[in-house]
Write a protein that binds this ligand. Sequence first.
Ligand SMILES: Nc1ncnc2c1ncn2[C@@H]1O[C@H](COP(=O)(O)OP(=O)(O)OP(=O)(O)O)[C@@H](O)[C@H]1O
Ligand SMILES: [Mg+2]
Length: 284
Amino acid sequence: MKKKYDNNIDMEKNSNGMLTVKNLTKKFGTNVVLDNVSLTIENGKTTVIIGPSGCGKTVLVKHLIALLRPNSGEVYFKNHRIDNASEHELNKIRTHYGFLFQGGALFDSLSVTENIIFPIRQHCKITDWKEVEELVKSKLAMVGLDGFQQFYPSNLSGGQQKRVALARAIALNPEIILYDEPTTGLDPIRSDVINELVLKLQKELGVTSVVVTHDMKSAYKIADRIVMLHNGKIIADGNADHIRNHPHPVVQQFISGQVGEEDLAVLRMSGAISQTQFLPRDFE
Ligand SMILES: Nc1ncnc2c1ncn2[C@@H]1O[C@H](COP(=O)(O)OP(=O)(O)OP(=O)(O)O)[C@@H](O)[C@H]1O
Ligand SMILES: [Mg+2]
């Protein structure tokens, strides 16, 4: 199965890592979102990206799959430069990726099976339906939802929908999976099911994962490495203990969920709190 639906781009294995970002700068107008960011995503590892809302996590992840083009800098998938690749080339390269985007919903009018085979249809001509049925069954079993093939998204809970989206993300046996806020909107137990699935896919399929999350509990549980973005730069990069003990006050503030000066300023400006209400020391 894997062979048949794999694409055949010839790409050298590279010791540097699965994805490499070199000196990436991305601006929207005058808003510099990523400022000369360099990062290597290691093969077979789970890298978690954290940082305050609006700091550029989604923008960074979109560059990893060339859904956004940088103003300057380079992005490589293995040794293959993708930031300037043609859409035709990217179509092939993206078959090596699975992605679960923020708010990335299922197609409501398609059944679970049809949702899962959607990426297969995009890249291959299906001839053997029996084989595809087995593939859908195995992907659903992987996320604990075999038997839900004929359901429609509206008949599934939020957590089940995320798991179907994950089954869809792994339909083409990706080498790398990008997750943007996979647990947002889920209760702690459903969130933990997703965490376990991320770990399981890494263990059983050896996939490389990049996970954007606000949820530090998830981050500590699944990460081999945690990267924190702030003001367009990486300000912390290391394993869970490194982050827990990081000396940077912004890192400590973020991981302990404290309200920062900038957030207080926004709240004051919006009139949600008075000018004198909540001084930073209130949160110490
Ligand atoms: N297509 C776009 N056009 C203009 N500005 C954009 C675009 N996409 C993102 N931005 C801006 O880039 C910045 C980073 O956005 P991004 O979505 O990456 O934040 P984020 O860290 O993922 O936040 P959140 O945690 O809320 O998802 C924001 O200021 C946003 O307004
Ligand atoms: Mg985002």
